[in-house]
Design a protein around this ligand. Structure first.
Ligand code: F6R
Length: 617
């Protein structure tokens, strides 16, 4: 939620800030703004709407400052408006702040500051921050000057000390024009190191084209940044050293590469993403292994329950993980939604292994759910796509999907690579435990190796799916049905459709339909049936016949030879092991949602009300 960028150097800040904001827009896009230091005076340009609107603002081209901060917003407190856009200034116009996160006690802080004579011009929680900094700068305890610490840093630290909630914050001041101060808690922030210039951003890809050397800020850590230096402090303002990480990502991977939308590009990247996820983690005839994780047989043999916890699409990938782990490892596995798990006192002890899946690695509920399990003594394993993301820094073990940056708000390649990684993890555990016949594991390995080529074959059918999308894009309701792993895939297909096409849709376990939902089936309603498991073909076909009898239009996604039935449309996909079939069956559904959204003329990459990284609960 919300993207922030910062620049301090010798070049003009505005182009770098705008460039960073445009690439971070997927984190939030209801308003945007920048603040630069112009001859030691802070100038703020901001407005409601998309980042590109900033180019239209009068005076934008005149900004020449070499220090600046910027923000693209996903509203939490206060509707999208110019007043509520960031950056926010204090009453004396000496401090400008951008903030990602939520200040939970902002109402109390606002009351306090109002009693001290401060006035507020927005409905945001953020506006208390610059005013608190100003308050401490002018009235702060003498202790903020102790140990020769700068007054600016002391004032920021005192203000931060008063905040409850989550935040990634950048502050600049006309009183200290050579510095920028940043701090974070439960919200991502990275600092990119350049030559006589430094960069700040919520996400690495936003500034990847300027540097590959990054500091990943930790919770409650402050950095004071000048154009030539970066100093780190803990929350008692004790200075410490921090190691620089070289991020070996391809900056071009974050561009559209000629595709009309990031979502389409990412759908087409799935063969490569899956190949990268497999990497050298297994070869036929050799045991699976992870470079960065080694789990002992002694520990794994004691594990009597596994939780897989995640949100949204990542949770849907987790459902395939459950099927795989229970089948291969014979360990009872529960999949839970992070926002539920964290508040329901789950039964966890040191023999529980908790697996957390998060593409971004920054999802607030998933991170909180991980911290909860740790506090109860369980070991935690994170699956993420973002190296060094918050979740991977909290977990006992971390493994990466290596799918490359996912920019479109609707997740596609993250899902398929998460399912692949869960399959490798299940095989890895099973080989340690000896819980599944090795020849069956070898067969599954060979099925997984074949997946990238089979995904390419599914993508060859894009036109067919586009044609079907054209026929049904004006519909209001759709249903997705499947059994077993096909049901898991149907949940993800239905989520994709709602997210980007705004068509109401439901996914049901096919056998559950007649226990209520069938009442909704009427003439012309589209029902998508997924049929990939040979053992369940007849069962699902019977369920599809039930909806056809009630007038439904049907699209079948299958890898089976089906008896002659009166389906309206059949999309054939390659055969594979049912345990990993969602990796193939989800792709026609991703494409269907994509084209329906395009035919409706919607913004596929930035669907309304959504943001890529949900860093608030
Ligand atoms: C749906 C989607 C979301 C995310 C969810 C978790 O297309 O992208 O449902 O899957 O917000 O995000 P991560 O995986 O970053 O924790």
């Amino acid at each position: 939620m919300c993207g922030i960028v910062g620049y301090i150097g010798s070049g003009k800040a505005t182009p770098i800030l705008m460039d960073g904001l445009l690439s971070l827009e997927y984190r939030g896009y209801d308003s945007a703004g920048i603040a630069t230091l112009e001859k030691n005076k802070i100038v703020v340009m901001k407005d409601k709407g998309r980042v590109k609107n900033l180019y239209e603002l009068e005076g934008m081209n005149d900004l020449a400052g070499t220090v600046g901060i910027a923000h693209t917003r996903w509203a939490t407190h206060g509707k999208p408006s110019k007043e509520n856009s960031h950056p926010h200034m204090d009453n004396s116009n000496s401090f400008a702040v951008v903030h990602n996160g939520i200040i939970e006690n902002y109402a109390d802080l606002k009351d306090f500051l109002t009693s001290k004579g401060y006035t507020f011009y927005s409905q945001t929680d953020t506006e208390v921050i610059p005013n608190l900094i100003h308050y401490y700068y002018t009235n702060g305890p003498v202790s903020i000057l102790e140990d020769g610490k700068q007054k600016f840093l002391g004032a920021v630290k005192s203000a931060i000390y008063d905040l409850k909630g989550s935040y990634a914050i950048e502050v600049i001041s006309s009183l200290c024009p050579e510095e920028m101060i940043v701090v974070r808690k439960d919200s991502p922030l990275v600092i990119g190191k350049g030559m006589s210039e430094n960069f700040v951003a919520s996400d690495i890809p936003a500034i990847l084209k300027y540097t590959k050397d990054f500091y990943l800020l930790d919770d409650n850590e402050f950095a004071v940044i000048t154009k030539d230096t970066i100093h780190f402090y803990d929350n008692s303002l004790i200075e410490h050293n921090k190691s620089l990480k070289n991020i070996d990502w391809d900056a071009n991977a974050a561009g559209k590469d000629g595709y009309e939308d990031f979502m389409l590009k990412e759908i087409y990247e799935q063969p490569t993403a899956v190949r990268e996820t497999i990497g050298s983690r297994f070869h036929l005839g050799e045991k699976c292994s992870f470079d960065d994780v080694a789990i002992s047989k002694e520990y794994l043999s004691k594990v009597n329950k596994i939780y897989i916890v995640a949100c949204g699409t990542a949770m849907h990938a987790g459902l395939s993980g459950k099927t795989l782990i229970e089948k291969l490892c014979k360990i009872p596995t529960v999949v839970d939604i992070a926002s539920e798990f964290r508040y329901r006192d789950p039964l966890i002890d040191e023999n529980t292994l908790c697996i957390y899946i998060s593409q971004s690695g920054e999802t607030a509920d998933t991170i909180a759910a991980l911290k909860l399990a740790k506090s109860k003594g369980a070991k935690t394993l994170a699956i993420s796509n973002v190296i060094g993301s918050s979740i991977t820094r909290e977990a006992d073990y971390s493994i990466y999907t290596h799918a490359g940056p996912e920019i479109a708000v609707a997740s596609t390649k993250a899902y398929t690579s998460q399912v692949v990684l869960l399959a490798i993890l299940a095989m890895y555990f099973a080989e340690i435990l000896g819980s599944y016949p090795q020849e069956e594991i070898e067969k599954l390995k060979s099925d997984i190796i074949d997946l990238p080529t089979k995904i390419e074959q599914v993508l060859d059918n894009t036109e067919e799916i586009k044609n079907f999308a054209k026929k049904i894009y004006t519909e209001k309701d759709m249903f997705f049905l499947g059994r077993g792993t096909d049901y898991n895939a149907s949940l993800e297909g239905s989520l994709k459709l709602k997210e980007i096409s705004y068509i109401h849709s439901e996914a049901y376990a096919a056998g559950e339909l007649k226990h209520g939902p069938i009442a909704l089936i009427e003439n012309g309603v589209t029902v998508v049936g997924i049929i990939t498991n040979p053992d369940l073909v007849e069962k699902t076909i019977s369920n599809m016949q039930e909806v056809i009898t009630r007038g439904a239009k049907t699209l079948i996604i299958t890898n089976q030879i089906l008896p002659n039935a009166n389906f309206d449309y059949v999309v054939n996909i390659p055969d594979t092991n049912p345990l990993v079939s969602p990796i193939l069956s989800v792709i026609p559904m991703q494409l269907l949602s994509y084209y329906i959204s395009k035919f409706k003329g919607l913004d596929v990459d930035k669907p309304r009300n959504l943001a890529k990284s949900v860093t608030v609960e």
